[in-house]
Ligand binder design. Sequence first.
Ligand SMILES: *[C@@H]1O[C@H](CO)[C@@H](O)[C@H](O)[C@H]1NC(C)=O
Ligand SMILES: *[C@@H]1O[C@H](CO)[C@@H](O)[C@H](O)[C@H]1NC(C)=O
Ligand SMILES: *[C@@H]1O[C@H](CO)[C@@H](O)[C@H](O)[C@H]1NC(C)=O
Ligand SMILES: *[C@@H]1O[C@H](CO)[C@@H](O)[C@H](O)[C@H]1NC(C)=O
Ligand SMILES: [Zn+2]
Length: 580
Amino acid sequence: MIRLPDEEDVQYAKKQLVEKKKLAAIIGAVLILAVVFFTTDLVNYFNIITQSTNKPELCPLYEPLAPESYLKDNSTLFTILNDEKFRLQSVQKLAKAIQVDTQIGDDQPDVDDAPELWIQFQDFHKYLEDTFPVIYENLEVEYVNTYGLVYTWKGSNTALKPLLLTAHQDVVPVQKDTLDDWTYPPFEGHYDGKFIYGRGSSDCKNVLVGILESIELLISKGYTPSRTVIAAFGFDEESSGRRGAYNIGKHLEKKWGKDSIYAILDEGPGLQKDPVTGQIIAAAATGEKGYTDVIVELTTPGGHSSVPPDHTSIGIMSELAYIIERDPYSPIFTDQNPLLKYLQCLAVNSDKVPTLTKKAILRAGFDKFANGKVVEVISRRAETKYLIRTSQAIDIVKGGEKANALPENVKLTVNHRISVETSSDEIHDHFTSRVIEVAKRHGLGVVSFGKKVFAGDGKSGVFVVSSSQSLESAPVSPSNDTVWKYLAATTRHVFEDAVFTNLTYPIIVAPVVMPANTDTRHYWNLTRNIYRYSPFFSVDLIKDSHIHSVDERLRVDAHLQLIAFFYEYIQNIDTSESDN
Ligand SMILES: *[C@@H]1O[C@H](CO)[C@@H](O)[C@H](O)[C@H]1NC(C)=O
Ligand SMILES: *[C@@H]1O[C@H](CO)[C@@H](O)[C@H](O)[C@H]1NC(C)=O
Ligand SMILES: *[C@@H]1O[C@H](CO)[C@@H](O)[C@H](O)[C@H]1NC(C)=O
Ligand SMILES: *[C@@H]1O[C@H](CO)[C@@H](O)[C@H](O)[C@H]1NC(C)=O
Ligand SMILES: [Zn+2]
């Protein structure tokens, strides 16, 4: 029998329908959510939010390490840092170094070809002999290419690789028209109770004098090292070190061999207040960006300017310049860049980094979205923007002779500081492609690095692209080995035990990348462990020291901290535990 549906059945069916609709709605909502989640940034944010911040292994903190002599009697370290007599002696030594004017120009001929241009270094050597007699009595002194200085303090254990401490004797020129702007004359070495003023006071006669003072002090305390200590000072760092450090590097490689050095400490960053955390962070540069000057020359037929072509060579070159500037290099941020580890060190060790930022940083090495977020933040600040991208600066343009003659020859020089992930070849190729783009519009030929890469019409003219100077980015020094551990542990000891005795947090020691190059470019063969590191504290190094500028100066407290660091470091690494 077929039963007709009654009221109950109808109600039941209706209920079922409502339930089904509800279910469908829920499924629909979930689906929509899923679509939104996976096609928008939600999933990316979710990944960041759920990232663990408990990753101490990414950047271990090494406990402060004090040498035996300090544990027996800590007075020498505190004398260096706090004793008025020691301070004034130190000031004298540095002031006298500043008084010897060792300015050098760009591209000076070699010493033998133009001795008169380098004569000031004789005076500087005389100053060193007069000021550091103990050094000259106890260390072997070698002269490399006449003015390069290599001091060797022989250690008793030849199984230990020598430590190499470096700085440069030369200073950048003082521009004549700025002389009136200096508060104290640039070669007086004036001391106002806090600062020493003068060219070279912070770049970097302070490092040179500090190295010698610390060794002299160790000798006077009767210290005899197991590990050989070498101090080497070039004399044209401000002009790429071709005469000084280049020859010193060759000399040391010949004398000691490839990979023969324990570590190199050269001028570089030190301790600063980190703007994000407000905490004191020690930063040692473990890498340097690359460098290339690209020169492009355009030659076109000349003629009278009463019957000009639509575009003169200057006009065409301007078009190229416009294209270059319209197309800056994009940021690139990978784990090849020491800056990533710097941020990781802060993220895992500082409680002052906001949690979400921490999480994004910890994913930035492998998660494209998180990487983009971090890149955004780094790119916002002018000081950090170029740590993660190649810079290009059109620095020289030359062309044109006369108002009524067409310019036949125009030359443009573009300086690049190359990101650590990029090679100079890539920069040259990219540059050439821009030149070809312009050449095509004007029927011009292009010769790039000796190769004809675009033919042109054979009559309009030709671009020639070349480079005067190129340097690949430096091999990145380890920041996870024993050598690094001793560097970090000594830093913490000096600055936590003696300089800032009431810090409420550990000093994080982290690697960074330098956008500029030092003499160490010539020392790559000597060791992988190259640190551009001048551990002294300044709230803001550039603002505090006016490097390369008017009123260059150095806080004397900072100078004393550097001496204290070298004094403890040389002792701390004087064992085989600190690695051979
Ligand atoms: C330095 O040594 C003195 C004497 O042994 C001691 O009283 C003082 O606490 C030490 N200072 C530090 C910072 O360890
Ligand atoms: C240090 O890091 C490098 C590069 O990531 C790695 O190859 C090496 O094994 C690490 N060394 C130590 C001692 O952890
Ligand atoms: C250490 O304590 C003194 C006195 O409380 C304070 O003035 C100073 O700023 C502190 N130094 C640091 C580095 O925190
Ligand atoms: C480093 O060693 C390589 C290979 O032996 C050599 O070609 C190069 O000239 C050396 N670099 C320096 C700066 O001496
Ligand atoms: Zn320098």
